[in-house]
Design a protein around this ligand. Structure first.
Ligand SMILES: Cc1cc2nc3c(=O)[nH]c(=O)nc-3n(C[C@H](O)[C@H](O)[C@H](O)COP(=O)(O)OP(=O)(O)OC[C@H]3O[C@@H](n4cnc5c(N)ncnc54)[C@H](O)[C@@H]3O)c2cc1C
Length: 372
């Protein structure tokens, strides 16, 4: 929040601010600006389907996310990464893993901006307006690594889940088509979201994910049968993408908020919109694409680039690499790293946990590619 006492800039007193895209980033920015006293905000584009047909946003609790944590439907103090060889359980003292329903968040944003922001489902902002934020999804280059998934919310006949422990990655599933794991968020002993998730350049047929989930539940959980209450699917680019229009102010996935190595974006979007509001409240010159706050640290992006190189070259080592990371860090360190808030000591632990040969080769290849 901007202190009331602070002098107001032109944008707070009424110079127009346009936001293209009424999805997570567009609505989160409209909410933040409204809360911080900005006037004359116009939001362009149809409301995201995520406001009515919900899906889950997972993120780790961190500073600056108080409302998001309060609105989260579930929080897990523990989580697991499971491979054929080992089961690593991490527990967090300060940073539980949270699940926020997209409907809850987007409708909270809509309630906050109601009557204060003009929402024009059709139409485009006047290009002469000084500030135009753009959250239209960027195009994804052919062959880019994707995180693609399909999941179900189930109610089981037997109480078989531990509601304290989320399963972030369970690699005990078919690895023949690429990096594949099951993500299982237990809501109660007999309710859970179960997703089959892949990291690969090509999405699979729905049947692939559905069969993987069925086989997994049969093999590892004594469900006693279950009813499916809801389904969700998605595809998130794990790549370094170019904004849709370089002359506008890119936000959200279009503004580099998707962490390339993990596909997590929600908390980066929230941090980005908070920083934009702070910057606008103090800047008289406004913002340009190059002065926009960075949602993800440069060093994290560099590590992600190297990590993705290794994953692409050695998908068969993915389970081992994620397990090494989880085994080396405490729960809170892991959460801060995944949220882009790692301390220097965490990076040091992480780097020493990785197999040196694989990463040196990836580093070498990266250097060579930059030279050419
Ligand atoms: C199913 C799913 C699950 C996810 N789960 C997680 C998670 O657990 N944790 C996490 O951190 N991240 C998650 N993500 C990734 C990320 O948080 C979301 O993709 C997030 O919605 C990105 O926000 P955004 O505003 O950039 O894009 P969007 O929310 O997609 O919003 C873009 C908006 O632009 C609009 N638009 C498009 N073209 C135009 C146009 N020409 N004019 C006007 N408007 C236009 C669209 O209608 C849309 O409303 C998930 C993504 C998906 C799809």
């Amino acid at each position: 929040m901007i202190p009331q006492s602070e002098q107001q800039t032109g944008w707070q007193t009424g110079a127009p601010i346009a936001i293209i895209g009424a999805g997570c980033a567009g609505l989160s920015l409209a909410r933040r600006l409204t809360l911080d006293g900005f006037k004359n905000i116009q939001l362009y584009g149809p409301l995201s389907p995520a406001a009515t047909k919900g899906h889950s946003w997972g993120f780790w609790a961190a500073e600056g996310l108080a409302d998001q944590i309060r609105l989260a439907a579930h929080r897990w103090p523990k989580w697991q990464i499971i491979t054929e060889q080992q089961k690593i359980t991490q527990s967090a003292d300060t940073a539980p893993y949270c699940r926020l329903d997209s409907r809850t968040w987007l409708n909270h944003c809509l309630d906050t901006i109601n009557g204060q922001v003009a929402h024009l489902a059709d139409g485009r902002p006047d290009q002469n307006e000084t500030l135009i934020f753009d959250s239209r999804p960027p195009s994804v280059p052919e062959g880019a690594m994707l995180q693609h998934f399909r999941g179900i919310e189930i109610k089981t006949n037997n109480p078989c889940f531990d509601p304290e422990t989320a399963v972030l990655m369970d690699f005990r599933c078919d690895q023949s088509r690429g990096i594949h794991f099951i993500y299982l968020l237990p809501y109660s002993p007999n309710e859970a979201l179960v997703e089959s998730t892949m990291f690969s350049p090509t999405p699979e047929q729905d049947r692939f994910y559905d069969e993987a989930i069925t086989r997994y539940l049969d093999a590892y959980w004594t469900t006693g049968g279950y009813q499916i209450r809801h389904q969700e699917k998605g595809c998130i680019p794990m790549a370094f993408l170019t904004p849709v229009d370089k002359s506008l102010l890119p936000i959200g996935a279009n503004g580099g908020c998707v962490r390339p190595s993990s596909g997590y974006a929600f908390s980066f979007i929230q941090r980005q919109v908070d920083k934009i509001s702070q910057q606008l409240a103090t800047s008289r010159q406004g913002l340009s694409p190059s002065s926009l706050p960075r949602p993800i640290r440069r060093f994290d992006l560099f590590l992600d680039k190297i990590f993705l190189r290794v994953l692409r070259r050695h998908p068969d080592r993915a389970a081992e690499l994620f397990a090494r990371i989880a085994a080396r860090l405490t729960g809170d360190e892991f959460a801060r790293f995944m949220s882009g808030l790692a301390e220097f000591s965490t990076y040091a632990k992480l780097i020493t946990a990785m197999p040196t040969g694989l990463f040196l080769k990836a580093l070498w290849d990266e250097g060579k590619e930059r030279q050419t």
